[in-house]
Design a protein around this ligand. Sequence first.
Ligand SMILES: *[C@@H]1O[C@H](CO)[C@@H](O)[C@H](O)[C@H]1NC(C)=O
Ligand SMILES: *[C@@H]1O[C@H](CO)[C@@H](O)[C@H](O)[C@H]1NC(C)=O
Ligand SMILES: *[C@@H]1O[C@H](CO)[C@@H](O)[C@H](O)[C@H]1NC(C)=O
Ligand SMILES: *[C@@H]1O[C@H](CO)[C@@H](O)[C@H](O)[C@H]1NC(C)=O
Ligand SMILES: *[C@@H]1O[C@H](CO)[C@@H](O)[C@H](O)[C@H]1NC(C)=O
Length: 246
Amino acid sequence: MHLNSALISSFLLASVSLAGRPRSQRQNLVQKPANTSSDGVVYNNGFAGLVWPLDNGTFYSVNGTVTIPKVSGPTNASATIAVGIDGTVCPGSSAILQAGVDAIVTSSGIDYKAWFESDSYTDIDNNLMISASDHIQLTVQAWDEHSGFAVIKNLNTGQQASRQLQSSEPLCRQKVYCGVETMWTADTMFPFPSFDAVTFTDAVATSTSGQPYGPQGAMIYDIELNGTVMTSVTCLADYSVTIKYV
Ligand SMILES: *[C@@H]1O[C@H](CO)[C@@H](O)[C@H](O)[C@H]1NC(C)=O
Ligand SMILES: *[C@@H]1O[C@H](CO)[C@@H](O)[C@H](O)[C@H]1NC(C)=O
Ligand SMILES: *[C@@H]1O[C@H](CO)[C@@H](O)[C@H](O)[C@H]1NC(C)=O
Ligand SMILES: *[C@@H]1O[C@H](CO)[C@@H](O)[C@H](O)[C@H]1NC(C)=O
Ligand SMILES: *[C@@H]1O[C@H](CO)[C@@H](O)[C@H](O)[C@H]1NC(C)=O
């Protein structure tokens, strides 16, 4: 879940208990089913997409290109597309680095905004122009326990925004993810809009030693709100994943 104000993020609460689970030996396979008690999908109210949880210190970056969807719903209906590293997974730390694009329904249309976030701040970029159907490449890197870098590039215009990121608490570089998040202010969730399918192509995480991890077999998360499943996540090909509104 992405907070649209500069509050401390509490992203992916549901994944805390899953972070340390045993994993497959295959390089691009974490574990699937992730939740053997059901259909292998983790249902939660904050995030739909893929989560790669491995060991402390594994990851260097996560990277994917996404087509910006049209969204629809009442005024203030909001969803955000994100890639990120960690987030409630590090023991005793709420460290996180993430970046993405908000889609917010306003009275005059859809407002798309690039943003960057760590455990202690959200930085909205007001200069990068983003429109529906644009192809946006999102990259987040963790350089060490407290710093990283993120780039949001609009491949249609060639413009990009980037930030050096600081995490006040120590990152463990144990989990990366890409997907669609609900948006919150304090404890209140903004209405969740319907949206065109969001497809990440070239979705890839890399380890500190340069090893790539593709989506096949990463854990699948879907958003469930008040008992209704809102999304359906499918891995399409080696480095491609789609999040559909259902
Ligand atoms: C697994 O799925 C079941 C049913 O959806 C749910 O009750 C349980 O909390 C899930 N477990 C984990 C670890 O996500
Ligand atoms: C992100 O993706 C682009 C295009 O595939 C690639 O050139 C770049 O090296 C990637 N960055 C990282 C940090 O993996
Ligand atoms: C939209 O959200 C803002 C707060 O972020 C609130 O002040 C406003 O009343 C909301 N509008 C509607 C129509 O819900
Ligand atoms: C991760 O590993 C490093 C080095 O082994 C260690 O110092 C650190 O405490 C670990 N962090 C977590 C969150 O487990
Ligand atoms: C879920 O139900 C609660 C009350 O049970 C309601 O306040 C809330 O608006 C509902 N949320 C959604 C997303 O339907």
